[in-house]
Design a protein around this ligand. Sequence first.
Ligand code: FES
Length: 131
Amino acid sequence: MTSGDFKVFSDVAKDHAMFPRNYGPNGGSDGHACITGPCGDTMEFWLTVKDGRIQRISFITDGCGSSLACGSMATTLAEDKPLADAAVVGQQDILQALGGLPPELEHCALLASNTLKAACRSHSQRKRGHS
Ligand code: FES
């Protein structure tokens, strides 16, 4: 991937696409979700939660540069936050933080948001299952 591939991206989106934060399956096992979007790309999130806050978060995707940017930004918006706050990070929050994306790529932010929310829900469900 070169910076030229992202010439329609904002500087922030380009940076997250080329240097995704929290990338890799090493975010912990307190919460996990894997979702394949309608485009066929898959995103996967892992969480470690301590005292109700996200202590560690990571993601992987087999998707395009914009899905890398969206997953990366979703983890950045969620890390160190109370689980309840991370669980409401939405598509528009991710797009806004990235400085926008071309309309045809906005669905990548929805996939990131949906996967983050599902990972947060999986933590809550596991906790209820153990109480
Ligand atoms: Fe499918 Fe980016 S094109 S997530």
